[in-house]
Design a protein around this ligand. Structure first.
Ligand code: ADP
Length: 192
């Protein structure tokens, strides 16, 4: 049985993590943030080193490393008995981030819906990322050049994933609303 899955999709700073944490607190929902899995790695390990190398440039970590790390993380929580495909809905945040990843995950999972947290205002995104850099000590948010590269990577590599899943599966949510309003818009169309 494949996991019923929803995707939180959007540019860096659009609020995927904020919404993912809230949704992940609902019993029967499990939130997995790909960036958090990377950040939990030992920075001295080969994978941790690879993550730092790519993320500090605003680039994506190669797909083979990313997908295998994500699958391992899922297998780990499954083995611990915390999550199962029968009873839980996956809330993915930060993966898939390009077309090859989207194709792999579409095979493995029963992807039901994509929530696009849409924020066409780049200036606002940059301001959010800079605030987060201070609050969460995120190296990749601290430097303007890295932020610019991350937004470019999003436009070029990540955004085409929206076309892959198509309009019928997608709900566009105005990411500039308050977290409560964004949540309300997501919950309105959530249907399991
Ligand atoms: P944000 O919350 O700003 O969208 P994340 O915390 O999700 O950022 O990701 C931080 C960095 O981790 C990315 O810039 C990228 O280098 C790496 N990363 C996270 N998810 C993926 C992924 N699915 N594929 C490749 N790299 C990823």
């Amino acid at each position: 049985m494949k996991y019923r899955t929803i995707l939180l999709f959007g540019a860096p700073g659009s609020g995927k993590g904020t919404q993912g944490k809230i949704l992940g607190n609902i019993p029967g929902f499990w939130h997995c943030a790909c960036g958090d899995v990377f950040r939990s790695l030992d920075p001295q390990s080969p994978l941790g080193e690879a993550f730092l190398k790519y993320s500090s440039r605003g680039e994506l970590v190669p797909d083979d490393l990313t997908v295998s790390l994500w699958a391992e993380q899922l297998a780990k929580v499954e083995a611990s008995g915390r999550v199962s495909a029968e009873s839980d809905i996956l809330v993915l945040d930060g993966i898939p981030r390009n077309l090859p990843q989207a194709k792999i995950l579409a095979e493995k999972l029963d992807i039901r819906h994509v929530y696009h947290l849409s924020c066409p205002d780049r200036v606002k995104l940059v301001a959010r990322l800079k605030r987060r850099a201070l609050k969460d000590n995120r190296l990749d948010d601290a430097n303007e050049q890295v932020i610019t590269q991350r937004l470019l990577t999003y436009e070029e590599e990540t955004k085409p994933v929206l076309d892959f899943f198509g309009e019928k599966m997608t709900t566009h949510v105005d990411a500039l609303q308050s977290p409560y309003q964004v949540l309300r818009d997501i919950l309105k169309t959530l249907d399991f």
